[in-house]
Write a protein that binds this ligand. Structure first.
Ligand code: SAM
Length: 181
């Protein structure tokens, strides 16, 4: 597989999962985009979830001007500094969907970042809340449901907060990968 093939597969998985989560996400609770980058996935999320509060965390905002979040929804700085005060202000367990796309080519650093972020995200997600991520996380109150989405192992990671009653079973949904993976 060429690097181009690999990039296309990863972006396809990312888009399919964002679409899948947008259909499944609870009607209440804000959304987090961790890592604005070019703004591509933020643009996709706001298109799929019109009217939804989407907070974006980015240390060096440089997205296309049309993909910049509105005032009050872009939290600039290292997310390890901005997230704790955000959580204090918003309160725990009020987030319905997190998308984390913050990886680098340094796998050791990626693992360390995921381990440090895990307790923060675990506390943010509401019951039934979803985390889509470009890497594995260690979330004590969440189940790894990647296999239920049909996304091939290791391509993207999906977690769901499990300590709830009566929310829809993810496995009843059409797999995210049905269209193109
Ligand atoms: N999903 C984006 C898109 O579709 O355009 C691409 C995101 S890019 C791969 C990762 C972004 O995460 C970079 O812009 C980087 O600056 C940001 N980032 C990584 N670690 C961060 C941290 N600790 N705090 C804030 N931003 C961070």
């Amino acid at each position: 597989m060429t690097r181009l093939d690999s990039a296309i597969r990863r972006l396809t998985a990312q888009r399919d999962l964002l679409d899948w989560a947008s259909r499944l996400v609870a009607p209440t609770g804000f959304v987090l985009e961790l890592g604005l980058g070019n703004g591509r996935t933020y643009d996709h999320l706001r298109n799929r979830l019109p009217g939804r509060e989407i907070y974006v965390f980015e240390r060096r905002p440089a997205a296309h001007p049309s993909c910049m979040p509105p005032d009050g929804y872009l939290l600039v700085g290292d997310m390890f500094e901005t997230l704790p005060s955000f959580i204090s202000a918003k309160g725990a367990h009020r987030c319905s969907l997190v998308h984390a796309d913050i990886g680098t080519g340094d796998e050791a650093l990626n693992r360390e970042v995921a381990l440090r972020l895990s307790p923060l995200l675990d506390g943010l997600l509401q019951p039934g809340g979803l985390l889509l991520a470009d890497r594995a996380f260690a979330l004590p109150h969440c189940a790894d449901i990647t296999a239920e989405t049909g996304i091939p192992e290791g391509r993207y990671y999906v977690y769901r907060r499990t300590d709830e009653a009566g929310s829809p079973r993810v496995s009843d949904e059409e797999p995210a990968s049905r269209l193109s993976l």
